[in-house]
Design a protein around this ligand. Structure first.
Ligand SMILES: Cc1cc2nc3c(=O)[nH]c(=O)nc-3n(C[C@H](O)[C@H](O)[C@H](O)COP(=O)(O)O)c2cc1C
Length: 269
């Protein structure tokens, strides 16, 4: 990827309660901010299964998790990555800390919007210290209901994310990657306080819509998920208005080469 002029940011993710004993080598109960089930089915090696009720993280577990993320970030850089993206979106561990319906803690990590934000902020600070702020991006998805998350009404979501992003903005991270759920006013206000690049993704964009958020000034970069997955030469195809390969849904979450490294590039005449 470097030889072709690409930069690589590896996403670091902790599933929290969106896990299952069958998905880990140690077969232990998943952990989360509170012992509250997501009440959702998740992928496991034997097919979809209900995610069990997680064990609540103790204070020392939270510190150990930050240390795990530090090791993962340092390992990503040692492996040749240019940086890491903290996965703070889509119903996984960090999003569980942010959400009042998944986080019922009564210590410094729950109970108020400031406390619910604390784990994400401390994690970002730790990774910035570990590998440098310009090598750390973060992904957030305000109001995304995935994984049984309910962040409350629009006013609560806005207050939570304006506080969180305001604190993260002080760190001068490489970028902020936002999933747009329809609250343009919130995203514009986050963009206004963010000092570096902003990426905005929306689910289900057509190729004609990809550049919209960059053209409107909301974003600096248009992230691509499925188009990039299915097209090894996606940039060239978009530039030349060539047809795009479609994602084959039957190969998603598979773990092998099929649907991962075997989509064809354009045949050159
Ligand atoms: C099979 C699949 C796996 C995904 N895995 C992740 C993931 O690990 N982390 C993440 O932040 N988003 C993940 N997403 C969401 C995508 O990053 C992206 O936000 C979404 O697909 C919408 O963008 P698109 O329309 O360009 O694909 C995944 C999406 C799909 C379809």
């Amino acid at each position: 990827m470097h030889a072709r002029g690409g930069a690589v940011f590896i996403q670091l993710m902790h599933a929290g309660r969106m896990s299952h004993p069958d998905n880990t080598p140690h077969h232990r109960q998943p952990v989360a901010p509170s012992a509250i089930s997501a009440d959702q089915e998740i992928f496991t090696p034997s097919g979809p299964q209900k995610a069990p009720t997680p064990r609540q993280l103790r204070a020392e577990d939270i510190q150990a998790t930050v240390a795990d993320f530090r090791l993962a970030a340092a390992s990503a850089i040692a492996a040749g990555a240019d940086g890491v993206e903290i996965h703070g979106a889509n119903g996984y561990l960090l999003h569980q800390f942010l959400s009042p319906n998944a986080n019922h803690r009564t210590d410094a990590y729950g109970g108020s919007m400031e406390n619910r934000s604390r784990f994400v902020i401390e994690l970002a600070q730790a990774l910035a210290e570990e590998i440098g702020a310009d090598r750390v991006g973060i992904r957030l998805s305000p109001a995304m209901p995935l994984g049984g998350i309910d962040e409350g009404d629009t006013g609560s979501v806005r207050a939570q994310y304006r506080h969180l992003v305001g604190e993260l903005a002080k760190l001068n991270l490489a970028y902020l990657h936002l999933h747009h759920m329809g609250d343009d006013e919130l995203l514009r206000s986050l963009r206004d306080i963010w000092p570096t690049a902003v990426l905005v993704v929306r689910y289900g964009r057509t190729r004609e819509q990809i550049a919209d958020d960059v053209e409107s000034g909301l974003a600096d970069v248009a992230p691509l998920g499925r188009f990039a997955l299915a097209n090894p030469d996606v940039v060239e195809r978009l530039r030349s208005n060539a047809p795009l390969n479609e994602v084959d849904p039957s190969t998603l979450y598979g773990g092998g080469a099929a649907g991962y490294t075997d989509y064809p590039a354009l045949a050159h005449a």
